[in-house]
Ligand binder design. Structure first.
Ligand code: ZN
Length: 310
């Protein structure tokens, strides 16, 4: 297992996109700044979807501008298509992620595009990025959503995950990420699929997992990925957003619990966990009554916790 792992905070995008109340811009900025101060090195600050579709994400350009000014912070955004990518590039985002749903039914329902149309969109974005000066090109990632199962199609063919990963890389993506959108993954499946996709596209083209904790297997799945060389894990502070299908379940894996696990194992994330644990107070104030999750925030750190096991 690696000794350094990048924890990528996605609460402002994945978490907030399922929260109805719009979080005030200033509160989002405070959240980003507080996590950056705690040592978080990558934050997905929003998504470039049409405002009418998701009013919660309307301030994404302002958040990119704000976050870019914070030293050492990689600023990621989600883009649904070329138009979104153009807006993200204009705003100066450092990393663009586009979701490509392995379940074609999910893709048609979600973005009204077939796999073929999505691959064309990915190629168009890669070509657009290549027009930028070499030192200003954002990193371009394709998130293979529903890679471990889909709420509409059920189980998803691993061959299809591998094939789409290959097509995304061939179309010009720098890397792919495996996303457990529905919280269906189990640790053995994670291990198997990470190995297969790495073997197909090259080890350096799959570094990240995007996991949800719908059935409580999020950290087990994360550990399984780490054992296969994954070095980037998406998570959400307080598991914000929850899961519409599973009351009581968090959304993404909880940043605080993930950072605690990594610190306890002696894996370096660059994050000061005590500072991180204080960030959720900002969200509680800005979104009163919004459910937050996580065991470490509830239990506190173990007595004399030093951040490594031996
Ligand atoms: Zn997600």
């Amino acid at each position: 297992m690696l000794h350094q792992v990048l924890v990528s905070e996605v609460g402002l995008r994945d978490g907030l996109q399922s929260v109805q109340r719009v979080m005030p811009l200033q509160a989002k900025k405070d959240w980003i700044a507080a996590e950056a101060t705690a040592g978080v090195r990558e934050i997905e600050v929003g998504s470039f979807v049409p405002e009418t579709l998701l009013p919660q994400m309307a301030d994404t350009p302002a958040l990119v501008e704000f976050a870019r000014a914070l030293p050492g912070l990689a600023v990621a955004v989600l883009v649904p298509n070329l138009k979104g990518a153009e807006r993200a590039i204009a705003a100066g985002a450092g990393k663009l992620s586009i979701p490509l749903s392995v379940s074609e039914t999910h893709s048609l329902k979600n973005v009204r595009k077939s796999h073929e149309a999505m691959i064309r969109e990915i190629a168009a974005i890669a070509a657009r990025i290549a027009e930028e000066p070499a030192d200003q090109r954002p990193h371009f990632e394709v998130g293979l959503s529903t890679a471990f199962g889909c709420t509409i199609e059920g189980s998803v063919s691993e061959d299809r995950v591998v094939r789409l990963a290959e097509q995304a890389i061939a179309a010009g993506a720098a890397e792919v990420c495996l996303s457990d959108t529905a919280g269906y993954a189990n640790p053995r499946q994670v291990k198997r699929l990470v190995r297969r996709v790495k073997a197909a596209v090259g080890a350096g083209r799959l570094n990240a997992l995007h996991l949800h904790n719908t059935r409580g297997l999020g950290l087990a799945n994360a550990l399984s990925g780490l054992e296969e060389g994954i070095d980037t894990l998406d998570s959400s502070l307080g598991g914000l957003g929850g899961c519409p299908y599973a009351p009581g379940a968090s959304g993404n894996i909880v940043t605080e619990d993930l950072v605690f696990m990594l610190a306890a194992m002696g894996v370096d994330t660059g994050i000061d966990i005590e500072k991180l644990l204080r960030v959720r107070a900002l969200i509680e104030t800005a979104l009163p009554g919004e459910p937050l999750y996580g065991f470490t925030p509830a239990a506190g750190l173990p007595l004399g916790f030093k951040g490594r096991d031996a």
